[in-house]
Design a protein around this ligand. Structure first.
Ligand SMILES: NC(=O)c1ccc[n+]([C@@H]2O[C@H](COP(=O)([O-])OP(=O)(O)OC[C@H]3O[C@@H](n4cnc5c(N)ncnc54)[C@H](O)[C@@H]3O)[C@@H](O)[C@H]2O)c1
Length: 450
């Protein structure tokens, strides 16, 4: 049993605190957000993550997990202090380190005995040194070592990812400190890589940039498939069975979103640029990702002509299924692009309606289920591949829609079945709709058989 504190109780911090408590350690989670902490003290989670609420309750009841806003209470007793605060994008795409700096200062003030400070936040290369400098400057008597331990968990499967990681990466100049953190992770039985701090920090950025690159790659292939009449889903399957390639992150769609890929690719490109490098591939990855959002609007225009006054239903607002997180969610960007075209929006998401509301156009209609969202709509766009959207009653859907037009932004439907059911269906990279273009922007409804 170890004494651990975790600074920052978001998706990563709350999962880390709870999982380490579940492994038998005594953990205190700290956050500066009083509402978040008081909610947690009443058993209310600030986020949705499958299985986490029950795990928090169980570990709080067992006395292994506590929450506070008091740094002294948390950090003062700890051998291990994890930093898991946010590192959002700054104005120029750089990682904004204000929360990491503040956390380092607060830790420095509260340190009593010797402790290992472990940085789990995704931070620019060199931040380990920055944290060391801040703590040393703020508390010259502190006895501490700093270890970088980038986190690779995915929202929606955070507990399983934390408990069964593919690898644990530890970066430190103090090898003994890294060994002690490795020991803390021993129950996870995962391969441990111990390296220097900067390399560990880079492993995280390079991993996320690579995964984002795979997504943009297949999206570029999808756009070419559309023009040439090939089906990108079959192409990806054919590619993915090659062991050298693998099938993960080869799903064409409206592009990546979320709190990590967009900001991390941008931050890596920024780091390269300020060191005089031009990261061409990273820029292409970001540009392709932006294009995928616009593609939805272009396809809707192809089919409906002008979007002014048209009603568009969006299914899914979170950036992916099994999470309520709407940070950098494709749905928000698509909603704004459609709003700019004059479209009226009806939206539905099983979890994220409240979180998305402040970021959506003011006249958006919030539906109570997918059919309600589709009612009277000129087109329906699937933006997030929630399971419950995969087997909708197509007859009911078609009956409630104003026009049977579906843009399947996640390729969850079978194009042949959808067309058989009488939908004007467009996936991503599965053939372009053959619709005569009307230069006046008035759609040839007759040409669509509507
Ligand atoms: N979300 C993910 O899937 C994921 C996965 C891997 C890595 N990461 C990285 O982990 C870090 C945290 O991400 P997140 O999604 O959990 O962020 P989040 O925004 O959900 O949570 C951050 C929390 O830190 C708190 N905080 C800010 N400053 C603080 C301070 N000085 N002291 C105490 N608490 C403070 C905030 O109130 C908030 O509750 C980021 O660097 C992110 O890139 C995230």
């Amino acid at each position: 049993m170890k004494q651990i504190s975790v600074i920052g109780l978001g998706y990563v911090g709350l999962t880390t605190a709870t999982c380490f408590a579940d492994l038998g350690n005594t953990v205190v989670g700290v956050d500066i957000d009083e509402r978040k902490v008081s909610g947690l003290l009443q058993g209310k989670l600030p986020i949705y993550e499958p299985g986490l609420e029950e795990m928090v309750r169980r570990n709080v009841a067992a006395g292994r997990l506590q929450f506070t806003t008091d740094f002294d209470r948390a950090v003062g007793q700890s051998e291990f202090v994890f930093i898991a605060v946010g590192t959002p994008s700054g104005a120029d795409g750089e990682a904004d380190l204000r929360y990491v700096r503040a956390a380092a200062e607060q830790i420095a003030h509260s340190l009593k005995g010797p402790a290992i400070i472990i940085n789990k936040s995704t931070v620019p290369i060199g931040t380990g040194d920055l944290v060391t400098t801040i703590i040393r400057r703020t508390n010259p008597h502190a006895q501490f070592a700093v270890v970088s331990n980038p986190e690779f968990l995915r929202e929606g499967s955070a507990i399983a990812d934390f408990m069964n990681p593919d690898r644990v990466v530890l970066g430190a100049e103090d090898h003994e400190a890294a060994q002690r953190v490795a020991e803390l992770h021993k129950p996870l039985a995962a391969p441990v890589i111990i390296t220097d701090t900067r390399t560990a920090e880079m492993i995280k950025y390079a991993s996320n940039a690579f995964l984002a690159t795979r997504i943009s790659f297949i999206n570029e292939i999808a756009v070419i498939c559309d023009e040439l009449g090939a089906d990108v889903k079959e192409v990806a399957r054919g590619m993915g069975l090659d062991k050298r390639i693998g099938s993960a992150f080869l799903d064409a769609g409206v592009g990546y979103g979320g709190s990590c890929f967009p900001k991390d690719v941008q931050a890596l490109a920024h780091m390269a640029a300020i060191h005089g490098r031009h990261p061409q591939l990273l820029h292409a990855v970001m540009e392709i990702n932006r294009s995928q959002r616009r593609l939805v609007v272009l396809r809707l225009r192809d089919i409906l002509g002008t979007l002014d006054g048209k009603t568009i239903a969006l299914l899914g607002l979170s950036f992916k299924p099994q999470t309520d997180d709407t940070r950098e969610a494709p749905a928000l960007e698509i909603a704004h692009l459609l709003h700019l075209e004059g479209a009226k929006l009806r939206v539905f998401d099983p979890l994220s309606m409240d979180l998305a509301r402040p970021h959506l156009p003011p006249d958006t209609v919030y539906a109570h289920d997918p059919y309600d969202a589709a009612t009277g709509a000129d087109a329906l766009v699937v933006v997030t591949e929630w399971n419950e959207f995969k087997q909708l009653d197509l007859h009911q859907l078609k009956a409630v829609m104003g026009r049977p037009v579906i843009i399947d932004g996640r390729n969850i439907y079978d194009p042949r079945e959808m067309r058989r059911e009488g939908f004007i269906y467009y996936g991503i990279g599965r053939g372009r709709p053959r619709v005569p273009h009307d230069p006046n922007g008035l759609v040839a409804a007759g040409a669509l058989g509507l």
